[in-house]
Design a protein around this ligand. Sequence first.
Ligand SMILES: Cc1cc2nc3c(=O)[nH]c(=O)nc-3n(C[C@H](O)[C@H](O)[C@H](O)COP(=O)(O)O)c2cc1C
Length: 248
Amino acid sequence: MKNKRKYFAPGTLTAPVPPAIVTVGDFDNANMLTIAWTGILASTPPKTYISVRPSRHSYSMLKENGEFVVNLPSVSIAKEVDFVGIYTGAKMDKFEKTGLTKQRSEKVAPPTIAECPVALECRVCDIQPMGSHDVFVADILNVSCSDSIIDEDGKMRFDKADLLAYAHGEYYSLGEIVGRFGFSTDKVKKVDKTKKNPEKTVENKKKSKNTEPPRKPFYESAPRSKQVKKKPTDKNKGAPHGKRRAAK
Ligand SMILES: Cc1cc2nc3c(=O)[nH]c(=O)nc-3n(C[C@H](O)[C@H](O)[C@H](O)COP(=O)(O)O)c2cc1C
């Protein structure tokens, strides 16, 4: 496909990104700021980063105790996310102003924000100057999430989290799920579908015994010649779904 393109000067245009609320300090002396420049660096050991301007009030707090929490907000607190990213904690208590609730984290001193469905507790292991911002590389020590996004199998359901996204100066909600990891291949077949779709639990299957079976997705009815068969030496075989290794 040929496509006419317009070119711009280099810019920070990766999108969407999570406009995370990052908490710093300790429970009684905490601050928070909005950080859009964050992401994952490695899965083993799990590492993340946040990119912070030295002029931020939070910067010295971060350097002091070397811990932070990345709180992923839902759409319902988009205004608070914006506020936390506009005003400085040097002049006000942003928890008091926004009404966001501090909750004790399990492994680090900065609090977790109760209204955020997902939170990553992190400890800094390296600081790299990048120019305007310094990158705080950190080990993810713990992950927590609200009960409201845990399903009956104890799995996290991000489709229930209504996470907020940020793209080029605008806040968005996420749209429909358009696929799951590996859905373009035959790998999906190896997954125990009851784990991914609670609607298909044995109990629910029994309930819907007399109803029409759901139509097969296109990849399951692909011609046999096009399906790659794998030996049953799959390392993930038998492992609980949460422990399966995803190719990244
Ligand atoms: C959507 C959004 C994303 C932001 N991302 C970053 C970021 O990645 N790094 C950064 O240093 N500041 C970022 N900021 C700005 C800080 O959040 C802002 O300067 C904040 O007031 C600093 O608070 P503090 O002075 O209490 O630390 C962002 C602001 C908004 C609204």
